[in-house]
Each structure stands twice: as structure tokens, then as C-alpha cells.
Design a protein around this ligand. Structure first.
Ligand SMILES: NC(=O)c1ccc[n+]([C@@H]2O[C@H](COP(=O)([O-])OP(=O)(O)OC[C@H]3O[C@@H](n4cnc5c(N)ncnc54)[C@H](O)[C@@H]3O)[C@@H](O)[C@H]2O)c1
Ligand SMILES: [Mg+2]
Length: 342
């Protein structure tokens, strides 16, 4: 069947270009969708949509051991919405999250106004609180869902302009909001957090907040203050929380962390002098902080699940999805290498 020329052109416009590597073309495609409302609306029709209910993602269980975020086509979502008596105009609220390796634009949509159980039944999935869902999902899929939730949360809490008090309007992709009264453009925000695995050369330092589950210890972390560099934030946080002075810092990697809101975690390794390791813990911030030997860390890394009520006390570490876990594993690797080199 012949398609009208306008549709053909818009079809071309909504596909990633084939002139560059697939990564480059996908990134440019997503960038174009953020800037071009029409292209974004067309991409939604061919895209995949991840559903949320009051910020909890919809997951499916392909088998008894696996959870995965449920991706729907636009027409699937329209059918679900219609079945539940909605006119489908809600689809305009979908927010662009990215583009799959199969070149399909990915969106998220919060259907919080609809009955949760009814959507679950119609879509054959379950809405699960992100604090649980994040750790049930494979590490490769959790970031997409947490990015979707972070964007949806930002829209829900940015409806009004802080300067004029007037309602803000979003672009089609949901990558910005605009106040026509004060001419202010708002972009999604993340708070920068510095996280450091502090070592004295042979041991590493972990702490716990009173709110942590029993036995959980993690790397020291803190929100960056306005105007601070990453290095300054790390030195200040370590000084504040445990009373030590950092001698050197090496950057490891970063992570988007959705809890409690959107944080941009910057992970580093930090060294203190082995002659200045006496801790002075600020108990208003930390319940405890301790030095751990390689043996203790190796044992803690082997703990597969948090202890249950009544289990003997045990030290366990943040799960694999957390940057702190990565820093701890990197430290173990560095220690093994330096032991092997001696
Ligand atoms: N992904 C990981 O591996 C990992 C590891 C450690 C910590 N974290 C996260 O890092 C975050 C910060 O760690 P922390 O709690 O030790 O920080 P922190 O030591 O700075 O203490 C938190 C306090 O800082 C204040 N604060 C200052 N700026 C803030 C902001 N922008 N948002 C919220 N509170 C702010 C608040 O009073 C808050 O209670 C936490 O949300 C934690 O979940 C993640
Ligand atoms: Mg802290």
C-alpha cells in the first residue's frame, strides 16, 4: 500500500540515521527527539513504553527467578487505557527515557490515576516499589527503570515555576519544562553525591547509618555542597563523619542513584596515612564506622542475602547494583594485585 509522502518523511525523521555508528546515531536520535516535539510524538507511536503507578514500575516474571520491566507498544497501552475507561490522552504524558539497541525510542508513563489492580490485571504485570524492584531487576535493566522513575518524579514535583508561581509546561519528550510568565527553562535535576572507599593501605573503612538494615556497612558518602569540587566534598565528608584527613584520591566511576531522590554518585578510592587511622565517628551522622581487613571483606562479600530476623549478627555489604559494592570489589582486586606483586 502506498503511504502518503508526509508520513514517509515523518517515518524517516523518527528513525535513527544510518550514516554513523549505531551508538552515535542512537544518541543523535534521542537528542533530536528532545528538541523536536513532532518527531517525538511520532516516535512514541513506534516506541516502547514502561508503565509506572505512582512511581512504582510495572514488572513481569518471564520465569520464577527473573523479573523484567514490562515494555509495551503504544497501541498496547492505548488498549489497556481504553479498557479501563480512559480516552488515551494520557499518552501525551509519556516521558522519553532513551533508545534501545534495536533503535526503538523508549518512554515511561505513570498511570497513577487508574486503579492499580485493574492495570495489573489488564497488563499482566505487577507494580513493585522501586526500592524493591531496583534490586530484583538484572543490573543491566535497573538503571533504565530508575531513570524513568526519576524523570516522572521530577515532572510531578516541578509543575510550578519557583520564580512566578505559575504552572510550567513540558516539551513533548519531557526533557524540560518552561514557564512562559518568567521565561525560565527548567531541566531535570540530580544532587551530586561523593562516595569514597577509604583505605589505609591494608584495611578499608566502612560505616553505617542508624537507618540501615541490621549488619549492613557501606562506603562513606555525602552530598556535595554548592560550589565544592568532588575532591573537596570527599575530604570534607570524611573529616566530618570519621575525623580523618584524606591524603590522595583516585576516581573510579559514577552512577545514577534513585534513593531517596535522584542522586549522581561519584565514586572514588581514597587513601589515609596508615599512621593516622584513629576514628572519631560523628554519631549524629553515623551509628558506627570501622576498619575492615581483607579477610572480613572477603567473608562479607560472600553473604548472598540480608540476615533474617532471629539470624545471628552478620556483616553484609551493599548489593551489586550499588556503586559502593563496585568500589569494595575494586579495592579487593587492588589488594590481591599488590599482595601478588610483593
Ligand atoms: N549507590 C551507592 O553505592 C551509595 C553508597 C552510599 C550512599 N549512597 C546514597 O548517597 C546519598 C548520600 O549519602 P549520605 O546520606 O551519607 O549523605 P550525607 O552524609 O550528606 O548526609 C545526608 C544529609 O545531608 C543533608 N543534605 C545536604 N544536601 C542534601 C541533598 N541535596 N539532598 C538530601 N539531603 C541533603 C541532609 O540533612 C541529609 O540528611 C544517600 O541518598 C545514599 O542512599 C549511595
Ligand atoms: Mg554520609
Amino acid at each position: 500500500m502506498l503511504r502518503p509522502l508526509r508520513l514517509l518523511l515523518s517515518g524517516l525523521k523518527t528513525q535513527p540515521s544510518r550514516c554513523c555508528s549505531s551508538f552515535v546515531s542512537r544518541m543523535r536520535y534521542v537528542n533530536r527527539l528532545k528538541e523536536d516535539d513532532e518527531a517525538c510524538a511520532a516516535a512514541l507511536k513506534d516506541g516502547s513504553i514502561f508503565l509506572f503507578h505512582r512511581l512504582s514500575p510495572l514488572l513481569r516474571r518471564p520465569d520464577a527467578r527473573t523479573f523484567s520491566p514490562a515494555a509495551f507498544t503504544c497501541s498496547d497501552v492505548q488498549l489497556v487505557l481504553q479498557r479501563l475507561g480512559s480516552d488515551g490522552s494520557q499518552l501525551k504524558e509519556a516521558v522519553l527515557i532513551g533508545c534501545s539497541e534495536q533503535n526503538q525510542a523508549q518512554f515511561c508513563l505513570d498511570v497513577g490515576e487508574l486503579d492499580q489492580a485493574a492495570v495489573e490485571e489488564a497488563s499482566q504485570g505487577t507494580f513493585i516499589d522501586l526500592r524493591k524492584a531496583f534490586f530484583l531487576l538484572p543490573a543491566a535493566e535497573a538503571p533504565l527503570v530508575s531513570k524513568g522513575q526519576a524523570l516522572l518524579r521530577w515532572h510531578q514535583t516541578s509543575r510550578f515555576c519557583g520564580a512566578s508561581g505559575q504552572p510550567t509546561q513540558r516539551n513533548r519528550a519531557g526533557s524540560q519544562r518552561f514557564c512562559s510568565s518568567s521565561s525560565t527553562v527548567y531541566y531535570p535535576k540530580m544532587s551530586a553525591v561523593a562516595v569514597a572507599l577509604v583505605s589505609d593501605g591494608s584495611r578499608c573503612l566502612l560505616g553505617r547509618q542508624p537507618s540501615f538494615p541490621r549488619g549492613l556497612y557501606s562506603a562513606l558518602a555525602g552530598f556535595c555542597d554548592m560550589g565544592e569540587t568532588l575532591e573537596e566534598a570527599l575530604c570534607r565528608e570524611v573529616a566530618e563523619e570519621v575525623g580523618l584527613e584524606i591524603q590522595s584520591i583516585s576516581y573510579s566511576s559514577s552512577q545514577h542513584w534513585p534513593f531517596p531522590h535522584s542522586s549522581f554518585m561519584l565514586g572514588c578510592h581514597a587513601l589515609v596515612s596508615p599512621t593516622h587511622t584513629q576514628l572519631s565517628v560523628d554519631n549524629s551522622e553515623l551509628e558506627d564506622a570501622r576498619w575492615f581487613t581483607m579477610d572480613e571483606i572477603t567473608r562479607a562479600l560472600q553473604v548472598k542475602a540480608p540476615p533474617r530476623r532471629g539470624d545471628p549478627p552478620i556483616i553484609w555489604l551493599p548489593p551489586k547494583h550499588a556503586l559502593a559494592n563496585r568500589l569494595i570489589r575494586e579495592w579487593v582486586e587492588q589488594q590481591r594485585q599488590s599482595e601478588g606483586g610483593e
